[in-house]
Design a protein around this ligand. Sequence first.
Ligand code: HEC
Length: 152
Amino acid sequence: MKLVTYALTGAFMLASTAAFAESHGAAEENTQQMIVEAALAGGDAAAGEKIFKKCKACHMIGEGAKSRTGPPLNDMVGAEVGDLEGFKYSKGMVALAEEDTVWTIENLNALFLKPRDFIEKTKMSFAGLKDEEDRANLIAYLATFTTVEADD
Ligand code: HEC
């Protein structure tokens, strides 16, 4: 039930972000750009880098990042959930991907609060980050590794 709620929240957030983009005359492709900008504005990326130490046992980020226990985390903010080809996600992740869930700030925040609540039977064995500021800073840090392709 919780999973469904989160997925719906995600869809709703995306829809409202897209609506915002439209009302400001921007193309829908700019949605990811807007999520990235909001993530950067919402936290301190330098502080987030320190939090990311907790993730390094399983995730790589930056140039040359490869899959470890978890997928590499470049270009993740505002991207589709579970979109990395060749990575063997859990069924719970595949289900979220099939619902076209997007890594909005809200969804990343829910993931980092308690991975097990956001993804059913997730393979990500990480307890979560209780501090809201830590989560915001971490999301800002991840956003510095997300490059959105410019529109023509
Ligand atoms: C013990 C290993 C482990 C740790 C620690 C861990 N992760 Fe993960 N992470 C995974 C695995 C495995 C998956 C795939 C989850 C699944 O398939 O259920 C994942 C998935 C993710 C995803 C979704 C990726 C996608 O392709 O959509 C993100 C984002 C993520 N992790 C970020 C983090 C961050 C940030 C941290 C640190 C706070 C962290 N993880 C800590 C193992 C880990």
